[in-house]
Ligand binder design. Structure first.
Ligand code: ATP
Length: 342
């Protein structure tokens, strides 16, 4: 049987900085052409993982492979990998074209070919005609595209992106997310993205790994990680959720254990509405209503100081009883209280 080698493979990788264990026994395998994201809070070890793949760091223990070849001790320039950094790291004294062609210059590619390929790379990121400008004469989004063109110009097998959209404002960020995803599809290059923005990871990735304290908590397609979180940490980090444990779980869910109920799964209703077959119901008081554009977020106070957050799309009207301080009914399918390891 023909086996396709993983584009990137980490085997039992650990990285210590003095007494700090930044990466703690990570196993990871990226398929060729995959868009893979490392998602986690600040300090969880995402950037260190990326730097281990790039070759800027060497693991304390473990092995790094690219396309089936061990590269653990190879320097960055001997790996078929490019990195795009958050601050773009463009050369300010060079033109856009020279920036993009830089890797080819270093490799001794002839001038005519260099220029042709730099122009082609600039066209890929929709910057035709910007070649003669200096980076200072560009907007933030345009600089980011130059950094992408520069990384793509010699067609690396793997592109590493470290919070590449972090410096952009929200609307530009959302637009660039779509562009990045399109770029990945059209080039077929394996993308490994580091982000702490869960929406970014959810919208762009084929698979995500949720990282916490140097370890991978869960790997899977975004929908699966969102709908079926493996741990309470993942449930809380991937979107907002209601976590119920111990006595609160027994009171609210009606079962012992630890549970996650996504706020969008809870239905608000009049007190008089009966629960349907397979539904759980509790009653509570509307403690807070926050209108957030496309949706509204409700905080419902339950007896014994329990609280539930409910999110509702602002599509149709609410039941008339849903007003501040009103007593209302909450309903959800039993299956929407998702059990987690305690
Ligand atoms: P952020 O989202 O804030 O960039 P991160 O998830 O990328 O965080 P890392 O930068 O990988 O996290 O850092 C992981 C841990 O390793 C942190 O505790 C950090 O302080 C530590 N660390 C990273 N690089 C070094 C270094 N060169 N020397 C010492 N400690 C380091």
């Amino acid at each position: 049987m023909a086996m396709t080698e993983a584009a990137v493979r980490l085997v039992s990788v650990t990285k210590d900085f003095g007494a700090v264990r930044a990466v703690d026994g990570v196993d990871l395998s990226l398929a060729e052409g995959e868009f893979f994201s490392l998602l986690g809070p600040s300090g969880s070890g995402k950037t260190t993982l990326l730097r281990l793949v790039a070759g800027f760091e060497r693991p304390t223990t473990g092995r790094v492979e690219l396309s089936g070849r061990e590269v653990t001790t190879l320097p960055p320039h001997r790996r078929d990998v490019r990195t795009v950094f958050q601050d773009y790291a463009l050369f300010p004294h060079m033109s856009v074209e020279q920036n993009v062609a830089y890797a080819l210059t270093v490799r001794g590619v002839r001038k005519a070919e260099r220029l042709a390929r730099a122009r082609e790379a600039l066209a890929t990121v929709r910057l035709d005609g910007f070649g003669p400008r200096r980076p200072a004469e560009l907007s933030g989004g345009q600089r980011q595209r130059v950094a992408l063109a520069r990384a793509l110009v010699d067609r690396p097998a793997v592109l590493l992106l470290d919070e590449p959209l972090g410096a952009l404002d929200l609307s530009l960020r959302r637009r660039m997310q779509t562009e990045l995803k399109d770029l990945q599809r059209t080039t077929g290059i394996t993308f490994l993205l580091v982000t702490h923005d869960q929406e970014e990871a959810l919208t762009m990735s084929d698979r995500v790994a949720v990282v916490s304290d140097g370890r991978i908590e869960q790997i899977g397609p975004p929908v699966e990680v969102y709908e079926r979180p493996a741990t309470a940490f993942v449930a809380g980090f991937m979107g907002t959720t209601n976590l119920l444990r111990g006595a609160a779980a027994r009171r609210v869910v009606g079962r012992p254990g630890t549970f996650s109920i996504r706020p969008e799964r809870i239905r608000l209703a009049d007190l008089a509405e009966p629960a349907a077959e397979g539904e759980r119901t509790v009653t509570g008081r509307v403690a807070e209503i926050v209108h957030a554009g496309a949706h509204t977020r409700f905080t419902i106070a339950l007896p014994h100081d329990d609280r539930l957050t409910v999110i509702r799309q602002n599509l149709a009207g609410l039941p008339p009883s849903v007003r501040p301080d009103a007593e209302i009914r909450l309903l959800w399918d039993h299956d929407d209280a998702f059990p987690l390891p305690s």
